[in-house]
Design a protein around this ligand. Structure first.
Ligand code: SAM
Length: 211
């Protein structure tokens, strides 16, 4: 993600705590949304198109987009300012602290879309499918919770399949070419549109945590 300096990003975020939750309260997300609906999160939400469209399409699911860079999440915030969607919140936080923001079992699904590949071996721990991240997802997910992952990066996809398998996670709906598969209802992310328009194949898989 190319980062552009946006001097007003932090001010805009601070002015909209109803959209970008400043002080997430572990165990209080149902209160935050004002209902008991399931909660799905996207880790590394970027400019937010996926989570915004998912929230509009599925009003009975609550969504939280987590993005560590304020200069990026501010674009997702702008979408909410332009047209409010009550079942979507944003978090301008690093997902390494997921268990600080969410109670055990508070989440029902995790989405990872076009995560940074970090191809160098010495950066393996930064990949969002590295085992320490899987441990965090497992902790915050309710029983039967799933991880849905898509990417254009073959190396990251292969690495992630290995990482899920080593963690004992059964895999389903594995696609090596999502856009030429029979998968219905795909919502494109900003990165997905960019890379698929250049001819890249999109890989996708769903993984469960062992019971
Ligand atoms: N999901 C979006 C898409 O498909 O268009 C953005 C993809 S972009 C390549 C990856 C995003 O993940 C970046 O905005 C990056 O800042 C964010 N990210 C990476 N590691 C993160 C972490 N540990 N916590 C929160 N966000 C993270």
């Amino acid at each position: 993600m190319r980062l552009r300096h946006k001097p007003h990003a932090l001010d805009l975020i601070a002015a909209h705590p109803q959209f970008v939750v400043a002080d997430p309260q572990k165990g209080k997300w149902k209160e935050e949304f004002g209902n008991n609906n399931p909660i799905h999160i996207e880790v590394g939400t970027g400019r937010g198109r996926f989570i915004y469209e998912m929230a509009k399409a599925n009003p009975h699911i609550n969504y939280i987009g987590i993005e560590k860079f304020s200069s990026v999440v501010v674009d997702a915030l702008q979408k909410l300012i332009d047209e409010e969607v009550p079942n979507l919140k944003l978090l301008n936080k690093d997902a390494k602290d997921l268990t600080v923001f969410f109670e055990d079992g508070e989440i029902n699904r995790v989405y990872l879309n076009f995560s940074d590949p970090w191809p160098k071996a010495r950066h393996e721990k930064r990949r969002l499918t590295y085992k320490s991240f899987l441990q965090n997802y497992e902790q915050v997910l309710a029983e039967g919770g799933e991880l849905h992952f898509k990417t254009d990066n073959q190396g990251l996809f292969e690495y992630s399949l290995m990482s899920f398998s080593q963690y004992g996670m059964p895999l389903k709906f594995l696609s090596l070419d999502l856009h030429n598969s029979d998968f219905e209802g795909n919502i494109m992310t900003e990165y997905e549109e960019k890379f698929s328009s250049r001819g890249s194949r999109i890989y996708r898989v769903e993984a469960k945590f062992p019971l």
